[in-house]
Design a protein around this ligand. Structure first.
Ligand code: SF4
Length: 350
């Protein structure tokens, strides 16, 4: 019998051959029955502190090399300004802050930035990724624990789930050869969780991986969660190939089909069971319509409003949403919409 949360690697690989609709049905019903009707989301703003990066990941369209045109680094004052405005005007409760591996930045830059944000607004800071922690700890010659202690004291509340990509080294060699190994990501997560800093965990799929890598990745997330309990949410992130080296080189021909999006979320729920209670339907990477479908295939969180700073500082053209729209999507999918905080405590139901 299929027991979500206990399934083995070989059974999961075999199960992945099943029709995506059948997997979605099992995963969706399990989620409603064992975890609940609530479909949650946070009201948050996304700020990239710098797009300067030396890692040169072939899947990334965001970075600029040091000195290249278009590179930027935000000052603490700039970040405070947009965060304060997002809090007072839009009721945002979380700052999601990430950036590249910028060799010019110091620990004091992050300490000043985080403490300035905390002084200015009652905001939770969920920031950096295990990959950034790894890079900066090597750059600044600090242990992971020392670096995290300083950032926690300055105001870091939780770590974002990015940088996990796909843990398999076979895949990482192609998509992110200069980034921390999968094992390193997991080791840093373990240190952070042990220090009382929870995190998310992501998985970037839809590029050169196959189903074995997907299953292996989700199983390693489950094992980590069984050891630490520090993962708040697992978020499958679909690879967007446009403007990336992976697309230009022909290694990836285009975006994965929607059937894979459904299958990945369903497999994630079946493998994780209730060990990780929240699985994200990441509307920014799959679109809002498909995110709604994923809410009946094992996902139970819409991640967040993810308001981009450009929405505030200019007439940003990016796809955007509101708390009310996310509540509508959750309701349409048959769930009970709920606004949550970073730590998944319910602020209010709709
Ligand atoms: S480390 Fe992050 S910002 Fe830098 S190239 Fe890789 S994905 Fe892009």
């Amino acid at each position: 019998m299929l027991r979500p949360g206990e399934i083995s690697y070989s059974d999961a690989v075999e199960l992945a051959e099943a029709d995506f609709r059948a997997l979605a049905k099992v995963a969706g019903e399990y989620t409603r029955r064992e975890i609940g009707e609530a479909i949650t989301f946070v009201n948050n703003i996304v700020v990239n502190y710098s797009n300067v990066c030396v890692a040169k990941c072939p899947f990334c369209a965001f970075y600029r090399l040091p000195g290249a045109e278009g590179g930027y680094t935000r000052s603490a004052g700039d970040v405070v300004k947009v965060v304060r405005e997002a809090h007072t005007v839009m009721g945002v409760t979380e700052l999601h802050i990430n950036g590249g591996f910028n060799p010019e930045l110091t620990i004091e830059y992050f300490e000043d930035l985080f403490s300035a944000v905390k002084r200015s607004s009652p905001i939770t800071i969920k920031g950096l990724t295990m990959a950034e922690v790894d890079y900066y700890s090597r750059r600044w010659r600090m242990s992971y624990r020392e670096l995290l202690e300083r950032l926690k004291s300055a105001g870091l509340d939780a770590i974002a789930g990015g940088g996990a990509e796909i843990f398999s080294e076979e895949v990482r060699r192609v998509i992110s050869p200069n980034k921390a190994a999968g094992e390193t990501w997991l080791r840093i997560a373990e240190v952070a969780h042990d220090m009382g800093i929870p995190s998310n965990a992501t998985m970037l799929y839809g590029h050169v991986e196959d189903v074995r890598h997907i299953v292996d990745h989700i199983l390693r997330v489950r094992e980590l969660q069984e050891r630490t309990g520090g993962i708040m949410m697992f978020i499958p992130v679909k690879f967007v190939p446009w403007n990336t080296e992976l697309y230009r080189s022909g290694k990836v021909g285009g975006p994965a089909p929607p059937t894979l999006d459904v299958k990945v979320v369903a497999l994630a729920r079946i493998i994780l069971g209730a060990t990780v209670r929240k699985i994200g339907a990441y509307w920014l990477s799959v679109g809002k319509r498909l995110a709604s479908t994923l809410l009946n295939a094992g996902a139970n969180d819409l991640v967040g409003t993810m308001i981009n700073e450009s929405v505030l500082s200019s007439a940003g053209a990016q796809e955007r949403t509101t708390v009310d729209e996310l509540a509508h999507i959750a309701r349409e999918a048959g769930g009970r919409p709920a606004l949550r905080d970073t730590f998944h405590r319910i602020i209010r139901y709709f």
